[in-house]
Design a protein around this ligand. Structure first.
Ligand SMILES: Cc1cc2nc3c(=O)[nH]c(=O)nc-3n(C[C@H](O)[C@H](O)[C@H](O)COP(=O)(O)OP(=O)(O)OC[C@H]3O[C@@H](n4cnc5c(N)ncnc54)[C@H](O)[C@@H]3O)c2cc1C
Length: 491
């Protein structure tokens, strides 16, 4: 008898043809992971293996796939570069993974109207290089730009390089093309002008939706004239002294393109890897952009604010800028590394630093803190720890760090960023009960059969037909943290 996977595969092959649908076991295993790792225990609760992987090349193909999935109640999981690591791009009940990376064409760079229209599966690096070649620049993009896709970043509602001046993933969107859960193709927004006036802002409901409301196939984004650019790096004795400069900077009249930082541990790891010239201290990296007179003025402001720190050479500052997409260079020491994220108000940066270091110490992790300042009010900590997934128990209990980091976010007046599968229980805490209910209503009105990336953001069912009880995961994270603290220290 022909199985479910085979039926889906045959239907997908009819729609996309020429080998762009796959259901062999190797491929299904590869696509049951993203960048993150989760305890094997969860294999018992969810079916992470897709029935079929499809690489669509047009919105019409996706529309046909989604119409089939809607009729047959099969899950659709949109996937970009799979660099998010929150299990956002993997199934929980099998289904069809849409690997969007074949939809990577830039359709139009319109310098007169300062917009670019692109397919959603292009990486940010490919996009900004193409835009820069025409004399323009993209406002902001994730530091994972070499692998992160345009639609993937929009769906995580992220912040990134350039956010201090140009905002996050949602701030430069003019319009999107989205395939809805019923297969209809909708154009949101207004291509040439600001989205304002009457009407619901459909662009924004897809920002941070984690692929649960539709598949983004195209995006029209604002671009900007390319101007002068100057990276600057300042070395501080430690992260707490650096934090004082961040407070001063966010209260000054300078508006850099980008502000990021990395602590002493990060550079210590690089030295361990043989980068003998890696500095000894915590580094504040700032990128200035604009007319030369403005950059000169802002550099003066920065020099005053960072008085006492060591101002690094032009070459080293440029090197730090070139390294902006390689925060996990120390990964090889692990040989794996897991990256977490928590937002806190700028005014609570000091407390959060203390809390994160205390957690690292208690859990005996080999970890470093990197981060960004995406606007005047917020700091994003992106600490990472080194781990070895071959050491099953140790690597599993180390994951408790992620849950505890989310807790630090809440405790210090901020919040965790993404939810994905395992942090979906935080949705209510993040937004409050009424907003939580409204989001569920929105999801079920657009996707009544819950076919679009089920289980992410709004919680899903386990194999046993009931959701993970809300208290289980935080409790599990606390137990993992305790067990990790008992095990020998990571070397
Ligand atoms: C070293 C490193 C640095 C990072 N730096 C940053 C950073 O600066 N800022 C930041 O925000 N994040 C950062 N991240 C996290 C991650 O890279 C980003 O969230 C990235 O934008 C995800 O894009 P992706 O294409 O890999 O998405 P994926 O991981 O493939 O998917 C993410 C989510 O989007 C959904 N999705 C993907 N494509 C579509 C689509 N076409 N339509 C609908 N839904 C879709 C998926 O279902 C999933 O829920 C970093 C990660 C690493 C490892």
């Amino acid at each position: 008898m022909i199985g479910k996977s085979e039926i889906i595969f045959n239907e997908m092959s009819n729609i996309v043809g020429d080998g762009r649908a796959r259901n062999d076991m190797f491929e299904r295993r590869v696509y049951s992971h993203d960048l993150g790792s989760f305890p094997k225990l969860f294999d018992m609760m969810f079916n992470f293996k897709p029935d079929c992987i499809v690489k669509p090349e047009s919105s019409d193909e996706i529309s046909k796939i989604v119409k089939f999935a809607s009729k047959e109640r099969v899950a659709i999981i949109p996937r970009g570069g799979a660099s998010w690591g929150m299990s956002g791009a993997i199934p929980i009940e099998g289904g069809i993974i849409l690997d969007m990376t074949h939809m990577s064409n830039v359709l139009e760079i319109d310098g007169d109207n300062l917009i670019v229209t692109t397919e959603g599966g292009i990486t940010w690096k490919d996009l900004y290089e193409k835009v820069e070649a025409k004399g323009y620049m993209i406002g902001s993009y994730p530091s994972s730009a070499p692998s992160a896709t345009v639609a993937g970043w929009i769906n995580t509602g992220g912040i990134g390089t350039g956010s201090y001046k140009y905002g996050g993933a949602g701030d430069n969107i003019r319009a999107l093309e989205v395939v809805l859960p019923n297969g209809n193709i909708v154009n949101t927004g207004s291509k040439y002008t600001l989205q304002s006036g009457s009407g619901y802002d459909l662009n924004q409901i897809f920002v941070g939706a984690e692929g649960t409301l539709g598949v983004i196939t195209k995006a029209t984004l604002r671009i900007f004239p390319k101007d002068e650019f100057r990276p600057l790096s300042y070395l501080f004795p430690d992260l707490k002294t650096l934090s004082k400069a961040v407070q001063g900077l966010t209260r000054s009249d300078a508006t850099p393109l980008n502000i990021s930082f990395a602590d002493n541990n990060h550079f210590g790891f690089l030295r361990e890897l043989g980068h003998g010239d890696a500095p000894d201290g915590s580094m504040l990296n700032i990128a200035l952009e604009g007319p030369e007179e403005l950059i000169d003025y802002e550099e003066g402001v920065l020099d005053r604010i960072t008085k006492g720190a060591k101002k690094e050479s032009v070459e080293l500052s440029m090197h730090e800028w070139d390294e902006r997409s390689y925060e996990l260079r120390a990964k090889r020491l692990g040989p794996s590394a897991i990256l977490g994220e928590a937002f806190v108000p700028t005014t609570r940066m000091d407390e959060a630093i203390d809390h994160i270091y205390t957690l690292i110490k208690k859990m005996k992790l080999k970890a470093a803190i990197t981060g960004m300042v995406p606007d005047r009010n917020s700091v994003v900590f992106m600490p990472y720890y080194l781990t070895d997934e071959r050491k099953l128990i140790k690597s599993m209990v180390s994951l408790g760090f992620m849950g505890k980091l989310a807790g630090i976010g809440f405790k210090d007046g901020g919040r965790p960023s993404g939810l994905g599968l395992f942090f979906a229980y935080n949705l209510k805490k993040l937004h409050g009960g009424v907003a939580y209910g409204t989001m569920h209503d929105l999801k079920s009105s657009l996707d009544p059969c819950d076919i679009m990336n089920p289980g992410k953001l709004t919680e899903g069912q386990t194999r046993f037909g009931f959701p993970l009880p809300g208290a289980v995961l935080p409790l599990g994270m606390s137990v993992m943290k305790l067990v990790k603290g008992i095990l020998p220290k990571d070397k």
